[in-house]
Design a protein around this ligand. Structure first.
Ligand code: ADP
Length: 411
């Protein structure tokens, strides 16, 4: 027992701010590396707090809780962007090993800072402007054309904090500004689809990129991911990977970074946003790549050599299990029995979250050769787990009749 304790003491401890499903899956990867992930969770019932014995309870903007999390950690990292810079910067100055550093993370926290930096780097971003008044939005729409997209520069996620405006809406803008929501406005990008490029970077400067994936959003949140992005020309894919690696290097990212992109024409992309943590678009890597994004994130923040990002199958599809509009009468245990019986190849991950409508409560990954077949199986399995009905299409998953491709757009 003493020798085991000595061995464990010799292995590093990583602290993660946030107790959601990303921390939960990172904790699973930590176990394989002989580590225990320490999490800062808001409640003992959080998905990650349920699976690691090393939990600090507290809020992500509480400097004392963050210092407690950091004590004895080789690296402190994040499962969300919710720690304000005013809290992060003093911690970094006091020597807390924040990975990524606040100077990089700010580009995932503040969409205006990110848009300015990427456009200064000469990278393709939508036309955008800061919003200080309702007139700013009207003037932007007159200059660049309607519709426009109004965004909270900070604090939004899964489409919360994004508003599509077909015409000036001074009341909405004024209300948001009055409530203290910092805003930007940008052009609505006509796109063929959404893509995502995930990379990892270590303090040493080693970097690795996974295949570029296609993401499908429903109501502004990720519903399905296909790897590799179907039909994406290999040269275009390589250029997108280089773009992501360049952003990671120039911003000084440490750990995982995902670049969310809009494809506007074959091979043409504009950057939507950055995430500096494991990302929903990379869940397929758990089964679909030699190294999962969660293991890679740990390796990167600890400055271990990075793992191979090679895919292990020609196609991987990940479909999210979203809380249904109405909780099915059949319980999850029984739903799992039927799911496994019909799709023995499906890999199911459940996050121990209650199934509020449209909430991400789990995901399913299927690997294979034929993209249409793999996609159909992943969607059927995820839709079944969500709603206890075997039905095609995304409306079946949420009970929401709107389609992501409806003329009304994604929301
Ligand atoms: P969040 O930070 O909440 O994920 P995003 O900025 O990623 O918000 O926007 C959510 C979704 O809204 C995107 O995935 C995309 O489908 C849509 N969207 C966002 N910005 C634009 C835009 N400029 N043009 C068209 N669609 C957009």
């Amino acid at each position: 027992m003493e020798r085991v304790d000595a061995l464990n003491a010799a292995l590093p401890v990583v602290g993660m701010v946030g107790g959601g499903q990303l921390a939960r899956m990172t904790a699973q990867a930590a176990v394989a590396l002989g580590q225990t992930l320490r999490v800062l969770a808001a409640s003992p019932g959080d998905p990650a707090a349920r699976v690691t014995p090393d939990v600090v309870l507290g809020d992500p903007d509480d400097a004392a809780a963050l210092r407690e999390l950091a004590t004895g950690c080789s690296a402190v990292t994040f499962d969300h962007e919710g720690v304000p810079q005013e809290v992060l910067v003093p911690l970094a100055e006091a020597g807390v090993p924040l990975r990524p550093p606040p100077s990089a993370l700010v580009h995932a926290q503040d969409k205006l800072v990110m848009r300015r930096r990427l456009s200064d780097m000469g990278l393709p971003v939508p036309a955008f402007a800061e919003v200080a008044s309702a007139e700013d939005v009207a003037a932007f729409g007159e200059e660049h054309g309607w519709p426009v997209v109004l965004k909270a520069t900070r604090g939004g996620y899964d489409g919360r904090g994004v508003w599509f405006l077909r015409a000036a809406d001074p009341a909405l803008v004024s209300d948001l500004l009055a409530a203290g929501t910092p805003l930007l406005v940008e052009s609505a990008v006509p796109m063929t689809r959404e893509l995502a490029a995930s990379v990892a970077r270590s303090p040493y400067g080693q970097a690795a990129a996974w295949p570029v994936v296609e993401t499908l959003q429903v109501d502004g949140q990720c519903a399905r991911v296909t790897s590799p992005a179907p039909g994406l020309d290999p040269d275009h894919a390589a250029r997108i990977q280089e773009l992501a690696l360049r952003i990671a290097a120039e911003l000084g990212v440490v750990g995982l970074m995902t670049v969310e992109l809009f494809e506007t024409a074959p091979g043409e992309v504009v950057v939507n946003e950055l995430a500096m943590r494991p990302h929903n678009s990379g869940h397929w890597t758990i089964e679909g790549s030699v190294t999962s994004q969660f293991e890679q994130h740990l390796r990167a923040v600890l400055d271990y050599p990075l793992g191979s990002t090679a895919p292990v199958a020609p196609v991987a599809v990940m479909a999210n299990v979203l809380g249904a509009a109405q909780e099915p009468a059949m319980g999850m245990d029984e739903r799992l029995h039927h799911c496994f019986a019909r799709f023995p190849e499906a890999k199911v991950h459940l996050y121990a979250k209650d199934g509020r409508p449209a909430r991400k409560i789990g995901h399913v990954t299927v690997l294979g050769r034929d993209e249409a077949d793999v996609r159909a199986r992943a969607e059927l399995a995820a839709g079944w787990l969500a709603t206890a009905t075997w039905a095609d299409g995304w409306s079946a998953h949420t009970g929401d009749p709107r389609s992501p491709h409806s003329p009304e757009g994604p929301r």
